[in-house]
Each structure stands twice: as C-alpha cells, then as structure tokens.
Design a protein around this ligand. Sequence first.
Ligand SMILES: N[C@@H](CCC(=O)N[C@@H](CS)C(=O)NCC(=O)O)C(=O)O
Length: 231
Amino acid sequence: MGNSSDIKLLGTAASPFVNRVQFVFNLKSIEYEFVNENLACKSELLLTSNPVYKKVPVLLYANNPPLAESLIIIEYLDEIYPDIHPILPSDPLDKANNRFWANYIDTKFFPLFEELRRTPGKEGKEAIKKQIIEGSELLEEAFVKFSKGKAYFGGDDLGYLDVVLGCYVGWIKFVEKNNDFKMIDEVRTPKLLEWTNRIWSHEALKDVIPGSETLMNFYMMLQTYKPPRAA
Ligand SMILES: N[C@@H](CCC(=O)N[C@@H](CS)C(=O)NCC(=O)O)C(=O)O
C-alpha cells in the first residue's frame, strides 16, 4: 500500500474533482496526505505543480512529476493499484462507454450548475434548470443501462461512473436547495434517486462528501471571485 508520506493530494474539501480522487484512495485503501489549498490565494506549490491549469486536484506521488486533472489521476491510480477495487471495466468497449459518460458529466452536465449560479434573472435561470433536468434524465437512462438492475453504475459495487458522478451528490443537494427545484426525484429519475442515497451512506465516501457549511463557504468564495454576470 502507499505510504502517506509518499503520496500527497493538493486539494480543497469542497471540490468535487478533489473528492473524486479521495473516493478512489479510500476504495483502494491507499494512505495519503491531504494538503489544503486556499484557491483565493494559491500556493507556490500548486502554481508550480499545475502550471497549465493552476487548479486542484494535483497528485504528488513519490518522486514522480505532479499529475493534474481528476479523471487522469483516478485512471492512473486504477492502473497502478489494479488488484484492489478496480474501477474501470477491462473490456475496451465498456471502458470507452464509461469514458463517454464521464466526459458528458464533466463537460456538459456539471458546468450547468456554474451557469445557473452566474446567469442573472429568473427567466435565464429557469432555462438552465430545464437543461439540468433534461441532463439528469439522460443520466437516469445511462444508470439503467450500466447498472443492469444492480445497485451501482459499476454493478454490485462502485465503479468509474459512480466515482465520477458520485462526487457531485453534495453539490446536487446544495444547488437544488438554493434554487428551489429538484433535478433528481422519484418520478423522473427514481433509480438515480436510490443511487444517490446509496452514495451518501457508502462507507468509503460518506466522510469525504462535503457538508452544507463547507459548500456554502466555497459558494460564497465563488460569488466574490467569479460573481454572477450583470443583467
Ligand atoms: N478538469 C479539472 C477541473 C478542476 C477544477 O475546476 N478545480 C477547481 C476547484 S473545484 C479549481 O481548482 N479552481 C481554481 C480556479 O479556477 O482558479 C479536473 O477534473 O481536475
């Protein structure tokens, strides 16, 4: 197993991308040191270890060059710890389909949350909510396809897409509450709703999923540094 002094994760508790890596550390029982970053005042370590994007997470693994981008990090961990809780399927086509949906989640679905925060006016916000709801319906269909009647996207236990989408459950609840709507509910997305509850209570994840206070502090920081667009 990894030794915590050899493995460091630069991150912040409210970041879903960081949480995603923490999920995989926990699933694979890898010890690591969490190095907290203040994104309002980035450390020299972050700026030099991720000079391209200057974002968290960054993995510092032994003496290897730093590795950035959450999906790249979790796939790397899956390759170097293949025997404990593999997350990607071995079949090339299944793997490609998992990556397709991960790409959809990160480049289309989740960015709508930020769009909702930054869009001014009731009308504009309602249009974004509609897109989020449509997105969650697509994810319900994907869940039915991948899970094949089992509990997780990965089947009987957590797989790649459970980690990739699961890191957003805290933000989903937060965005629903703050914008007075439901993107996941028992009528349109019943399977995803059950899945969300399983994610919340999963042993390897529950201590990583940020609470509402952590999310609110992060949200307030965003409101200051990247305020909503002018009407
Ligand atoms: N595509 C990146 C996204 C990482 C990301 O957006 N991280 C945010 C925190 S949630 C960040 O570091 N933001 C700092 C900034 O935008 O300057 C990944 O998957 O790792």
